[in-house]
Ligand binder design. Sequence first.
Ligand code: TYM
Length: 334
Amino acid sequence: MENTTIKKQTIFSGIQPSGQLCIGNYLGALLNWTKLQDDYNCLYCIVDMHAITVRQNPAELRRRSLDTLALYLAVGLEPEKNIMFIQSHVPAHAELAWVLGCYSMFGELSRMTQFKEKSVSNADNINAGLFTYPVLMAADILLYQADLVPVGQDQKQHIEITRDIATRFNSVYGDTFKTPEPFIPKEGAKIMSLTEPTKKMSKSDLSGGSIFLLDDRDTIIRKVKRAVTDSGSEVRYAEGKDGINNLLTIYSCFTGKTIAESEKEFGGVGYGDFKLAVGEATADALARIQSDFKQYLSDKEQLNGILKESSERAAYLARKTLSKVYRKVGFYSL
Ligand code: TYM
């Protein structure tokens, strides 16, 4: 029989357990991940080492790391198909990050938008980890020879620097790393804050601009009702209508309709009724995730089992790349 087996490509992505996950994380990343699990070898990481670049409460970080795994499962990532693990459980991430740090330039790291923004929002703690954050991210991705990295728009620059670091290393030592491509969804790649629709929605915004995956129905509907829009009255995707554009995007992503279909549906409808529909569609979609989340979280033994098995599988794959790198740079081995 003709051998038609095509080797599956590898996917790597991660989320920081640095706050409650919001619908930006879901629509920009998680939703995309669930669509890839049948066709790719997928590794999805809970990047706790990245999270400590900003001060974390230790008990909360521990709890959120497990919550994040329960959410990965609740959105539909199956443990049989995906390697889901915690970054600090696989030491090769830190080890490769050190080596790659010696092939990353001060200038290029200084130009990272996220570093510049976080230096402003964390002015009292601009630590070295915040600066070398993209190097650890490059290590995450390159360790597994990932082909694709499904992320939201805000992480594109970090994938670009990962490619630059990989290319630089390969040009010195010969082919060592695959250069990964970003994989960004067409809709939902940049969900904006409900209260400041020119700003990205984030996990850390507790002022009502973010809808969290575990928000209850009333909270979701109230937040959408208060969303900033414009002085117009037409539900239409257009320049200058950032608030409405964002709500249309959220509605389309949660219902699976196109923006054009959604515009048509709300032709002649006022902002108030439109907002109610967006809130309800969001709450309906999240209710399903929330009930599965509760169930997964109630079985800690199962969660620990998944983490243990996954980190062993990840460590095995990571070790292969790390050994190659150590040999190439000239580390003496026994
Ligand atoms: P993090 O934890 O900030 O976000 C997780 C994922 O959610 C996406 N995202 C959004 N997408 C659309 N709209 C938004 N408002 C929004 N906010 C966040 C992010 O783009 C991301 O895909 N550095 C990464 C974590 C990381 C990583 C990696 C990712 C560490 N190592 C290796 C990929 C590969 C981060 O901080 O994501």
